[in-house]
Design a protein around this ligand. Structure first.
Ligand SMILES: Nc1ncnc2c1ncn2[C@@H]1O[C@H](COP(=O)(O)OP(=O)(O)OP(=O)(O)O)[C@@H](O)[C@H]1O
Length: 417
């Protein structure tokens, strides 16, 4: 099934997307079913797509793939005809913006050593990413590997890793008792249970909202002022003392400062009061109508959304179920949008229950057993070749380490001082 924008050139194009969360072994276990499968969608400039589905349906995964956070084959997901994962300029320019929800995937830069510009083809296997005795046992996907001279395209270098600067990385980095000679930088992601602003700056430290917002350079002052007004931000708020909703407003403001062309929103309005949410939705609609921005918004909150989207996309079990213009949805059902979606989800749940009952009655386990350690994206034959070429399939490296220890340095040539 496929949704098409109103005849315009597609800005967002998903073609037969197939994705399974990769793991550290880099190989697909036999029989693993893809999490997202045969998913196609196309959206044009100015369109606002509401992405709906039950918990675990795959909405966040789809948004993150669109945001270039998971590797898929380039032709499967294109933004302005470019692969979001491979073409990092899409996000670094601000053209493509992802604003995540409560549990945010934070970026981690790892320096290591590998030869040449094709560093991304020779990422060392996981064990070599454990220098200094630090254990990496829980992870985010490897989303980007860059040779150091590409470092300036990585947005939001964390101030917690002062050795990483937009100018490049020094020839030697000292970490604890280790001296690392890096020639590539790995960008990993991992889940973190605290709110973060875009730009990888913690928004729970003792810093004013003003400093955070004005600290982003190259922003058009009128746009900044308008966002501060729309989100009703008091610039004197100290972030460590702000309420969840106040912090969330600053996070959203920072995520919208650059005039995005495509915005991916993964439920970010949970902490907002009714007024803030309504004003934000109005602002986003205006961005689409006046600037031709395209927005995909995954949410479970339908308040104020009745006439907001131009399209509604329903995903269940990683598969596209419906992708329709809002008018078509309204023609299909006399109910409100929320009640319509509720009826879809109810039907899906009843189907699931019926299937489980049938399995049980025929002596099978009620729930299908997930294959552990699922691994691969795209066509298995092609992936096999990629794995052979680079010794690395997109993997997840999860970190349970918090605070200062968030930043790992790794190398397959770690020198002792
Ligand atoms: N890092 C991960 N590794 C393996 N599986 C994952 C990972 N993240 C999510 N999943 C699985 O992928 C499926 C889809 O998750 P996803 O977060 O995309 O769903 P969602 O539709 O956004 O759900 P919700 O509405 O609850 O936010 C779930 O079954 C989830 O368990």
């Amino acid at each position: 099934m496929k949704a098409s924008g109103a005849g315009g050139v597609p800005v967002v194009e998903i073609k037969n997307l197939r994705f399974t969360y990769p793991g550290i072994d880099g190989h697909p276990p036999p029989g693993s079913a893809p999490l997202i499968d045969e998913f196609s969608l196309s959206l044009a400039a100015g369109e606002r797509c509401l992405l709906v589905g039950s918990n675990g349906a795959g909405k966040t995964t789809i948004l993150k793939i669109l945001g270039g956070k998971h590797m898929v084959e380039p032709e499967m997901v294109q933004i302005f005809g470019r692969s979001a994962f491979h073409d990092t300029a899409l996000t670094s320019s601000g053209d493509l913006s992802y604003l995540g929800g409560e549990v945010r995937h934070e970026t981690l830069l790892i320096a290591g050593d590998s030869e040449g510009d094709n560093a991304h083809l020779s990422v060392p296997p996981l064990p070599t990413l454990r220098p200094c005795g630090r254990k990496i046992n829980h992870a985010g996907p490897v989303s980007l590997v860059l040779p150091p001279r590409s470092l300036d395209v990585v947005p939001g270098i964390s101030p917690k890793a002062p050795w990483l600067t937009p100018q490049g990385i020094p020839p030697r980095i000292s970490v604890g008792r280790c001296l690392v000679r890096p020639s590539y930088v790995l960008r990993l992601e991992w889940r973190r249970e605290v709110a973060f602003a875009g730009f990888e700056v913690s928004i729970q430290m003792d810093i004013s909202a003003e400093k955070m917002i004005n600290g982003v350079s190259g922003i058009e002052p009128n746009r900044r002022d308008e966002l501060i007004k729309v989100l009703d931000i008091d610039l004197s708020w100290r972030m460590h003392k702000a309420s969840d909703g106040q912090r969330r407003r600053v996070q959203i403001c920072m995520g919208l400062l650059k005039p995005f062309k495509v915005l991916l929103l993964d439920e970010i309005t949970v902490d907002l009061d009714v007024l803030a949410r309504a004003d934000l939705l109005r602002y986003l609609k205006k961005e689409c109508e006046e600037r031709g921005a395209t927005i995909i918004y995954a949410t479970h909150i339908f308040d104020g959304l009745e006439d907001w989207p131009t399209h509604v996309v329903y995903v269940a079990h990683g598969k596209l179920q419906l992708a329709l213009p809002l008018e078509k949805v309204k023609q299909m059902s006399n109910l409100s949008l929320m009640r319509t979606v509720e009826s879809w989800l109810r039907k899906e749940r009843d189907e699931d229950r019926r299937r489980r009952k049938e399995r049980k009655e025929s002596g099978l386990p009620e729930f299908e057993k997930p294959v552990k350690g699922s691994r691969v994206t795209g066509d298995p034959a092609r992936i096999a070749i990629q794995v052979m070429n680079n010794g690395w399939a997109a993997g997840r490296l999860n970190s349970t380490v918090a605070g200062e220890e968030n930043f790992f340095l790794s190398s397959n040539r770690v020198l002792r001082q």
